[in-house]
Design a binder for this molecule. Structure first.
Ligand code: DGY
Length: 503
């Protein structure tokens, strides 16, 4: 097949900066403006001259070009000047793991803007190292619970009082490794590294005080998989009878059958108010008093992989003390993961730390230890066997719950639908263990889903329809940095670490 020029219809870079980033930049000093224009020019040149694609189907490529252009547009339109909202209206603030994923998307066409995303994320880091799940920046009435409900110590409240999966080290590593501007990127990493390290230390101090190697989440929102059936049993604590009346905003943006139920929200808020009463989210106290304390596979797998990347960054910067500290976390984590393996099911499971029981639900995060590189080869084989069975029951991969589970709901948030970021992580992990065919299937399904349904928040695994929010930032970022055949960042399957832990 003939070679096809990439992005033929896109205009070459003119030096003119447009969109919301530009609006923010125009208020900045002239030098900063010039530097940004320079970075952007170099990044765009790289994007548009990345070369030609061989053996490519022309029609498919033009569809992909369309998605790439749309993805860039979504990031630009969700840019609020230094941070990107996940979706207009539905999520009007800076969400932690969304933002870190989105940084990798920005890096494809505007590296400076990508670093800015991470810098803004860390600008409200707590003194103890925590990076909160939400940074509020500007007030908005379109989301509940907003800053007035969280009421963290500052007035007005700048952040929520809990955290979210620690993705930042992953993006920082991709961005640094693939930069077209090594000198500037090194400076960015020098500044960010101690902040990310402090955040990982926080996870161990605040969420694993007994040094088990795996950390706890104290609220389902900390996992990011809010209403996963994995915590149905752990969410049976009593609802606070004094809960103030509240009005959900999510239901004004998205159908109720795609969102958590009222009962679940009552419990989310029971936890929130309980934590606020505890000296405004004092993490040491929270660990003791929370009626919800779970070892979550999503946070722990991401933390493990992030530690691998943080170690890689520490090596680049010659921080030998940090390297040793991180290797300790990795070795300890490998031990900690052992007790999350359910031999009978052939899957990893989340664990309720209060009862000590493994959670019964088999969820997509069961496959994330592959992404962490913490599963043994035998465990990987069992996981692949299970995943292949799941996929016989749905058209598209990977549902967030085993489709054979009676609780499976193909549209309800984390109780069935597909999330592209999880697909990327699982597929990346599968490649590491040599399961390329299954990894390709997941990638191809992901491409088909975005082609079919657009840049939606999540997708129905049975019909392939889009669900939840529209023009969704991290879905756009995944298209740019992962699904696009020639992604500049090419979020590949590089796994680093001092041991491979596979045997
Ligand atoms: C929500 O409101 O749906 C978020 O996931 C909480 O962070």
């Amino acid at each position: 097949m003939a070679k096809i020029a990439r992005y033929p219809s896109l205009l070459p870079f003119t030096g003119k900066v447009d969109g919301p980033t530009a609006r923010a930049a125009s208020a900045a000093p002239a030098k900063q403006d010039k530097d940004h224009a320079l970075w952007r020019e170099k990044s765009l040149r790289r994007l548009f001259t990345i070369g030609h694609i061989e053996h490519e189907n022309e029609l498919e490529q033009s569809t992909r070009d369309h998605i790439v252009r749309e993805s860039m547009e979504v990031l630009r339109s969700n840019d609020r000047g230094g941070y990107t909202v996940p979706a207009e209206g539905l999520y009007p603030f800076q969400w932690n793991w969304d933002s870190a994923i989105v940084a990798a998307g920005w890096a494809v066409f505007d590296e400076l803007r990508a670093w800015k995303e991470l810098e803004t994320l860390f600008s409200d880091q707590w003194k103890d190292g925590m990076v909160a799940s939400i940074n509020f920046h500007k007030f908005s009435k379109t989301y509940f619970p907003g800053p007035e409900i969280w009421g963290t110590p500052e007035n007005p409240s700048k952040t929520s009082g809990i955290s979210q999966p620690p993705v930042a080290a992953l993006s920082a590593r991709f961005m640094y490794e693939h930069t077209a501007h090594p000198v500037e990127a090194k400076q960015k990493i020098e500044d960010l590294f101690p902040k990310i390290l402090a955040w990982h230390r926080w996870w161990y101090k605040a969420r694993d005080p007994n040094n088990t190697g795996v950390v706890a989440i104290l609220h389902p929102w900390e996992s990011g998989m809010d209403n996963s059936p994995a915590w149905d049993e752990s969410m049976t604590f009593p609802i606070d009878p004094t809960l103030p009346p509240y009005e959900r905003q999510d239901l004004t943006h998205v159908n109720a059958n795609m969102r958590p139920t009222k009962d679940t929200y009552d419990r989310y808020l029971t936890l929130l108010y309980r934590f606020k009463r505890e000296n405004f989210y004092d993490p040491d106290k929270l660990y003791e008093i929370s009626p919800f304390r779970v070892t979550d596979l999503c946070v722990n797998s991401i933390l493990f992989r992030a530690n691998r990347d943080l170690r890689w960054l520490a090596l680049q910067l010659g921080k030998t003390d940090a390297v040793a500290e991180i290797e300790g976390w990795l070795d300890n984590g490998f031990e900690g993961f052992k007790k999350l393996w359910d031999e009978e099911a052939g899957l990893f499971k989340c664990q309720d730390q209060i009862t000590g029981k493994l959670e019964d639900a088999a969820i997509s995060a069961a496959f994330l230890p592959l992404f962490a590189g913490v599963a043994t080869r035998e465990q990987a084989a069992r996981l692949v066997e299970n995943l292949s069975t799941w996929l016989k029951h749905v058209k598209y991969s990977v549902p967030s719950l085993d489709p054979q589970d009676p609780r499976f709901e193909q549209l309800r948030y984390w109780r069935g639908p597909i999330w592209l970021i999880i697909n990327w992580m699982i597929s990346n992990g599968l490649r590491h263990y040599g399961y390329d065919e299954l990894a390709d299937r997941i990638r191809n399904d992901s491409i088909e889903l975005t082609n079919k349904a657009g840049l939606r928040e999540y997708f129905d695994p049975v019909t392939g329809d889009g669900a939840g929010g529209t023009k969704f930032s991290w879905t756009a970022a995944m298209c740019l940095a992962w699904l696009d055949r020639n992604a500049v960042i090419a979020i590949g399957h590089k796994m680093s670490g001092h041991k491979d832990y596979l045997n």
